[in-house]
Design a protein around this ligand. Sequence first.
Ligand code: SF4
Length: 103
Amino acid sequence: MASHEGLMMTSAITDFWVDSDWCLAHYLCIDLAPVFFEMRDEGWAASIRPTDFTSMSAADIDAVLWAAAHCPVAAIKVRLSSGEVVDANSAVLKTLARRSSSS
Ligand code: SF4
């Protein structure tokens, strides 16, 4: 089985965050998923993590994946249940985000 197929079967998120070294404060993630991203006083976006990732709804996961896939500088990092960390430069993340937008 190709690694893409394996990841598509288990797209649960175990963590996500914004790399403040890369964030250029486009606000896009905040527009796309305001429940999970906010602007900090320092001028970069911060991710808001659920206390229990297992309780994230499918819509919550889709929102985070969609925002991460659209970050213009790949500053949003998402750790999948496989342990792999993906960002907007990752074909895996783009595939997952596309899949979630069409479901
Ligand atoms: S979309 Fe990316 S660059 Fe823009 S505010 Fe969010 S994390 Fe920062």
